[in-house]
Ligand binder design. Structure first.
Ligand code: HEM
Length: 139
């Protein structure tokens, strides 16, 4: 699927100056909407985790035109997530919360086109991460 690189880049540039607010909002939404995933983060330093999560979004945006880089990085990240106890059905929960956090951070700039661009991008990211999970499980 061809991702809308231009919309992803311009909208992400608007989120970047508010990265702390964005990640706090993302985890607050995730835990409010899906309290069942909170135990996965029981021993996690959430401030450090927010920075890691944001950096992985930076990596995605910086490599939209380098599918090979993106693919190996995200499959590797997916494999790591097995150790964290993350299961495939958790991915839509994170997706929904990330999109809500984008919407709340971008405000009027969260147009239907931007929403569609991020929905597709998250789908592609989650698919690669899940490939990383299943490859290991089947090997
Ligand atoms: C687009 C999808 C996702 C991205 C980009 C992402 C990103 C990350 C990153 C960068 C880390 C840190 C890895 C490291 O230690 O180097 C991490 C850790 C983690 N992620 Fe994700 N993640 C995603 C999906 C999920 C999902 C679906 C869950 C389940 C609710 C989840 C739960 C966790 C947990 C529990 C950790 C470990 C926290 C700890 O160190 O204690 N992630 N994630």
């Amino acid at each position: 699927m061809a991702l809308n690189v231009e919309l992803l880049e311009t909208s992400f540039a608007q989120v970047k100056p508010n990265s702390l607010e964005f990640t706090e909002r993302f985890y607050a939404t995730l835990f409010a909407d899906y309290p069942q995933v909170q135990p996965l983060f029981a021993k996690t330093n959430m401030e450090a985790q927010g920075k890691k999560l944001f950096q992985s979004l930076v990596l995605v945006i910086n490599n939209l035109l380098q599918p090979d880089v993106l693919s190996s990085a995200l499959k590797g990240l997916g494999t790591q997530h097995i150790q964290y106890g993350v299961l495939p059905h958790h991915y839509p929960m994170v997706g929904s919360s990330l999109l809500k956090a984008f919407g709340a951070t971008l405000g009027p700039a969260w147009t239907p086109d931007v929403q569609q661009a991020w929905t597709e991008a998250y789908g592609a990211v989650a698919q690669l991460m899940l490939e990383g999970e299943t490859t290991l499980q089947n090997s």
